[in-house]
Design a protein around this ligand. Structure first.
Ligand SMILES: Cc1ncc(CO)c(N)n1
Length: 220
């Protein structure tokens, strides 16, 4: 079985939990409060900078030229396309660049961002890809599932359309393919580390939405 099928099966229960989270249900129904979405989108803007940085390191570690192109392009798209989406919502919710700069990373965003950057720098290429894969794959699945059932009109349609869109899904399929290709020649120890990284990132995806729902902040 491929790494991706194995990893998805092993984490399916966690994915089902993510789908049923109050944040995602409310997003689908269009009833998500603006303060919760605003919290989410500010933290996500911080997160995407770390995500882009980790993708750039993955590009530098790629085992072939196609991988350099794939992940440097991924880094670029993470910053450019998603910034545009955020700029839209920042304007709508009146978040100024100064507000964004002065809002620190929440504990969960800080943890997830640092997990990706630390993994990108310290671990071998296959493990880096396994850590990055849930960020792509879970958003693609959640995006499509929400898109299929979303209330219309929905305040958050632009977000839903981005992650349900064909362009994002093509990028996700390509990351799955590269991850499976490198996993197929990985040692048992590396495979084990890949599964560990994939599960950790999936947990952090859950925690990221949970933190937005609860307006997570530093307790002290
Ligand atoms: C937390 C998080 N994970 C994944 C994505 C998709 O790139 C995102 N925008 N934010």
């Amino acid at each position: 079985m491929s790494f991706s099928t194995d990893a998805w099966t092993a984490n399916k229960a966690l994915y089902d939990t993510i789908r049923a989270m109050p944040f995602n249900v409310a997003l689908k129904e269009g009833s998500l409060s603006e303060d919760r979405f605003k919290h989410y989108i500010i933290q996500d803007a911080h997160y995407l900078i770390a995500f882009g940085r980790a993708l750039a390191v993955a590009a530098a570690k790629a085992d072939d030229p196609d991988g350099i192109v794939q992940f440097s392009e991924g880094a670029k798209v993470a910053i450019i396309v998603e910034r545009a989406l955020h700029a839209d919502y920042f304007q709508r919710f009146k978040v100024t660049p100064a507000d964004f700069e002065s809002t620190p990373l929440s504990p969960v965003c800080h943890h997830y961002s640092n997990f990706l950057i630390a993994t990108a720098w310290a671990e071998p290429y296959p493990v880096v890809l396994a850590a990055l894969l849930p960020c792509f794959w879970i958003y693609a699945e959640v995006g499509r599932a929400i898109h299929a059932e979303a209330a219309s009109p929905n305040n958050y349609q632009a977000w839903i359309d981005t992650y349900a869109g064909q362009e994002f899904h093509d990028a996700v399929a390509a990351v799955i393919a590269t991850t499976d290709r490198v996993a197929a020649k990985a040692s048992p120890e590396t495979l084990k580390a890949m599964h560990h990284a994939f599960t950790r990132a999936t947990q952090l995806e859950w925690m990221f939405w949970d933190s937005a729902w609860n307006l997570g902040d530093w307790p002290v």
